[in-house]
Every structure is written in C-alpha cells, then in structure tokens.
Design a protein. Structure first.
Length: 217
C-alpha cells in the first residue's frame, strides 16, 4: 500500500470543489446582505468567519462519512452513544440547561451562523439553539456513533470533541496553562482567543473522526 493512500479519502473531486466554492461565495454574500440590511458596521472579521468554519467542516464530514451496515441492536447502541455524546456537548456547551427564568420562547436574529437562534426558557428546562454550534455538535455525535458502529478506535478523537466547548473548558485551560506560564498570561489568552481555540479543536476533532479508519490501521 502506498504511503499516500490514507490521504486519498481527503482528496476532493472537481464537483466537490465547485460545490465548496459556491457554498463559500453564498456565505460571503449572506454576510454582506446581513451587514447591509441590518445597517451593521463590522469591527472584526473573524466573528463572522468562525460559524461558517464549523458549518463547512460539518458538511464536509457528512459528505465523507457514511454509517456502515449493521444489525438493529448494534445500530441502536451506536445511535445511543452518539445521542449521549451530543447531549453531553450540548449541556456543557450551553445549548441545554436544566434551569430557566420561565420567560418562554423567542427568536434572536443574530449574524449568519450565530442566528437565527431559537431560545427557550422554561421553569425547569431551557435551550439556546445557535445554528453553527447545534450543527457542529450534532455532526460530532453522528461521527462518534459511526465510530462506535464499526468498532473503530475513535476514543481519542471523541474525547477531544469535549474541548470544542468554549465556556466549560477555558477555565480548565487557564488553570493548566497558569501552572506553566503564569496566571496573567493564561487569563489573557483565555479571554482573547476562545472562539479561535474552539474552532481549531473542533476542526481537528472532526478530521480525526473522519480519518479514524486510517488511524486505527
């Protein structure tokens, strides 16, 4: 087997490159339309980029990965693993919470990718379905379920998915980093680079889960 063969599954076809270019162009036009219609002046570019990195990486993974055929029992088990993983990421990532103010449902018209966000606050349960994060966590759950279904060794990449959550992991990152670099440096890094960190780790996690057959070999 050639050395480059594990990378063959990452090589896009001409049709996929064309579809990707159309997708990115559409996203750029969508952001420009939002800035124009909402009369918003963009003071930074990256907050508009991060959500589409999550969305595009998620769509790429869905195109690349197909669940193998399996019996009903194994399929249900794998689906349960993926659902549990999605709920775990959603709970620590701020999508779901077992509390609320009871204010009810509302729709938040945020910038593309961040919104429209579906928000609900009941007395005992609440959710905030931000599009890019909801799709990203759902795709991670699907990839983990596929890894469980074909018994690949995806435990490491699945574990890394937890670290794509910003709010739950940055205090841990800051604590660990402070032991090496000092608290002031760690705190500054954690407060100025959170979404960049989570985006890089999310893309890395998806890449590992998509590439898991080659890694397992």
């Amino acid at each position: 087997m050639s050395v480059a063969s594990p990378l063959a599954r990452f090589r896009p076809t001409r049709g996929q490159l064309l579809a990707g270019a159309l997708l990115v162009n559409s996203e750029v036009l969508l952001v420009l339309a939002y800035l124009t219609l909402a009369n918003v002046t963009a003071t930074a570019v990256m907050p508009y980029v991060y959500p589409f990195v999550w969305i595009n990486v998620s769509l790429w993974a869905l195109v690349r990965v197909r669940a193998p055929d399996a019996g009903r029992q194994r399929t249900l088990f794998a689906a349960g693993v993926g659902l549990a993983y999605f709920l775990l990421l959603g709970s620590v990532g701020g999508l779901f919470a077992l509390s609320g103010s009871g204010s009810g449902f509302r729709l938040a018209w945020l910038p593309p990718g961040w919104g429209p966000a579906f928000l609900y606050e009941g007395s005992a349960f609440s959710f905030a379905l931000v599009p890019y994060k909801t799709l990203g966590y759902a795709v991670l759950g699907y990839l983990v379920s596929v890894a469980a279904l074909d018994a690949a060794r995806g435990a490491l990449s699945g574990l890394l998915g937890v670290f794509s959550c910003v709010s739950c992991t940055l205090p841990v990152v800051a604590t660990v980093a402070s032991s090496f670099f000092g608290a002031s440096v760690a705190a500054q890094f954690a407060t100025t680079r959170p979404y960049g960190i989570s985006t890089v780790v999310f893309a890395l996690t998806v890449g590992l889960l998509v590439w898991r057959p080659a890694l397992s070999r």
